[in-house]
Design a protein around this ligand. Structure first.
Ligand code: FES
Length: 267
C-alpha cells in the first residue's frame, strides 16, 4: 500500500497527488513513469512522474480524470492509500548540454515537462518553456515552470490567459525569429506533438516526443503501446517513451489512441 500524502485539484478534472514512495523517488529521472493500480478493481495505468523528492522520498503524479480508472484514482484522498505503484519504468530522457532548448507542454503534458526542464537547466542548458492550456481555468504550475525555465511562454486556445493560440503558434514565432534552437522536447496530445514535429522538421531541429500516454500494461506484455517509428513497430513502454518526433508515424499513433480512449472509458 502506498500512502497518499496530499491530493487536490489543479484544474477541472486534473489532480495533483503526492505519494510516499522512497524507493521510486531515489531512482526516478525525467521522462520515466510509474504503473499505478488504485485498488483491486482498478486497471493498471501508466502515469509520468511529474516531480520527485529524493530527500523526502516522495513522488508527484498529475493526472486527468478521463475514464473509469482515473475516476477511481480521483476518488481517493489525502490519508488514504493506493494499492500499488511500480517503477520507475521506461528510459529516462537523454539529458545533455545541448545549448538552447525549447520544452513544450500541452494541457496535462505540462506536468511531465517540469522535471525535464529542471534537468535541462541543471545540465547548463538555456530553457524556453512553451505551455498551453484550453483556457485560464485549466492553467496550472505556472510558478513551478517559471522556476525552471529561462523564459516561459503561456498560451491559451481562447486567449483568456497568456497569448491567444496554440503552443505551435508560439513555437513557429520562435522558429521564424531566427533564434538558433538546438533541441526541442514536446509532451502533450498527439495532434500537438505531430504539429510540433512538422514545424521543427522544416528547420531540421532534433525533436523528442514522449508517447507514454498510449500505454496500458507498461511492461512489454499487452502490445497496446506499439507505435511505428522509422517504419518499424516499437513498444513505447520498453523502447520509449521518448522517440525522435521526425521518425514517429503520428497518424498510426492517433488511431491507436482513439481506440484506447474508448476501451478506457467503457463508452
Ligand atoms: S504498454 Fe503493454 S506492451 Fe507496452
Amino acid at each position: 500500500m502506498i500512502a497518499i500524502l496530499d491530493k487536490y485539484p489543479l484544474a477541472p478534472h486534473v489532480y495533483y497527488m503526492l505519494l510516499e514512495a522512497p524507493l521510486i523517488a531515489a531512482k526516478a529521472q525525467a521522462g520515466q513513469f510509474v504503473i499505478v493500480r488504485a485498488a483491486e478493481e482498478g486497471e493498471r495505468i501508466p502515469l509520468t512522474i511529474a516531480d520527485y523528492d529524493r530527500t523526502r522520498g516522495t513522488v508527484v503524479l498529475v493526472f486527468q480524470e478521463t475514464g473509469k480508472t482515473t475516476r477511481l484514482l480521483a476518488s481517493l484522498h489525502q490519508g488514504g492509500t493506493i494499492l500499488d505503484l511500480l517503477g520507475p519504468q521506461g528510459n529516462p530522457t537523454e539529458i545533455e548540454r545541448f545549448g538552447n532548448t525549447v520544452v513544450i507542454g500541452g494541457g496535462i503534458g505540462v506536468a511531465p515537462i517540469f522535471p525535464l526542464a529542471r534537468a535541462l537547466r541543471e545540465k547548463g542548458n538555456t530553457v524556453t518553456a512553451i505551455v498551453g492550456f484550453r483556457s485560464r481555468e485549466y492553467v496550472f504550475w505556472e510558478e513551478k515552470m517559471a522556476q525552471v525555465s529561462n523564459r516561459l511562454v503561456m498560451t491559451t486556445n481562447d486567449g483568456s490567459y497568456g497569448t491567444k493560440g496554440f503552443v505551435t503558434d508560439a513555437l513557429k514565432g520562435l522558429l521564424d525569429s531566427g533564434e538558433t534552437i538546438d533541441r526541442v522536447f514536446a509532451i502533450g496530445p498527439a495532434l500537438m506533438m505531430k504539429a510540433v514535429a512538422e514545424a521543427t522538421k522544416e528547420k531540421n531541429i532534433k525533436t523528442i516526443v514522449s508517447l507514454n500516454s498510449l500505454m496500458v500494461c507498461g511492461m512489454g506484455m499487452c502490445g497496446a503501446c506499439r507505435v511505428t517509428v522509422e517504419g518499424v513497430t516499437r513498444f513505447t513502454c520498453m523502447d520509449g517513451p521518448d522517440f525522435d518526433a521526425h521518425q514517429v508515424d503520428f497518424d498510426v499513433l492517433i488511431k491507436r489512441l482513439e481506440t484506447y480512449t474508448c476501451e478506457e472509458c467503457g463508452e
